[in-house]
Ligand binder design. Structure first.
Ligand code: MF3
Ligand code: CO
Length: 249
């Protein structure tokens, strides 16, 4: 399947899905405090998405049972919402997808719970900043792996590592479309970037080793060394100029 190029009408639909995705993250962020459970965060997100006439993209995707992924501390991605209560000093990565009018938005952030240690804050900041380093190359004239390389360079220069086993992706009428978007350099520059592409760019950054494992629940991805991990994702539109970030409001 080739990389889909969206026309103006489709882009308008992607903007709507992206906006609700961003709003959902804001709703969840406002709920985060010591004592709340990840299931309560999931329910707040789901309720908000439904109230907008949209559907949570993740729910039912490959059998995924919830509307958000809630990954705490050494959990990298795909953490299942549960009765686990957040405690002061935790970090939590929230990933959410929204489907409306036939189009998806997808975004993730890592948040602090109460007061966190400086190194955890640096992990969150570097992860977010690596996304912005990457999208300096999200323009016509560059190639996909220019983004990947910029993310990896920035993360590693700052002493952290990028996860290899999971990658970003094209997005549109399907949550996962070509191309795959690694956060590390592969041989070659990858496909040329073209106006109308919509890409979910999502660095997953570990404090130390990049190796990960999947827990017995079949979903939760954790760092092999038990150290913390952070995630930052936006759905991005390639334009004739600077990229348009569809999941920031
Ligand atoms: N946001 C994730 C991604 O970008 C999707 C979560 S996987 C799901 O691939 F199965 F939970 F939906
Ligand atoms: Co994604």
């Amino acid at each position: 399947m080739p990389i889909t190029i969206k026309n103006n009408e489709q882009i308008e639909y992607m903007r709507i899905a992206g906006r609700i995705t961003a709003e959902t993250l804001n709703v969840v962020e406002a709920c985060i405090k010591p004592g709340i459970t990840t299931e309560e965060l999931n329910n707040a997100a789901e309720e908000f998405i439904i109230s907008k006439g949209a559907y949570p993209s993740f729910k039912g995707y490959s059998g995924y049972p919830a509307s958000i992924c809630a990954s705490v501390n050494e959990e990298v991605i795909h953490g299942l919402p549960s009765k686990r209560k957040l405690v002061d000093g935790d970090i939590i990565s929230i990933d959410v997808g929204v489907f409306i009018n036939g189009y998806h938005g997808d975004a993730a952030r890592t948040f602090a719970v109460g007061k966190i240690d400086d190194e955890s804050q640096r992990l969150i900041d570097i992860t977010r900043q690596s996304f912005f380093e990457g999208i300096k190359f999200a323009e016509e004239g560059y190639h996909l792996h220019d983004i990947s390389k910029a993310i990896q360079n920035f993360v590693e220069t700052n002493g952290f590592s990028v996860v290899r086993d999971y990658v970003g992706h094209g997005i549109g009428t399907n949550m996962h479309e070509p191309p795959q978007i690694p956060n590390y350099k592969l041989p070659g520059r990858g496909p040329k970037l073209v106006k109308g592409m919509t890409l979910a760019i999502e660095p997953m950054v570990n404090m130390k080793v990049f190796d990960v494992d999947v827990l017995d629940d079949g979903w939760t991805v954790v760092t092999r060394d038990g150290k913390r991990s952070a995630h930052y994702e936006n759905t991005v539109l390639i334009t004739g100029g600077k990229p348009e970030i569809l999941t920031i409001i």
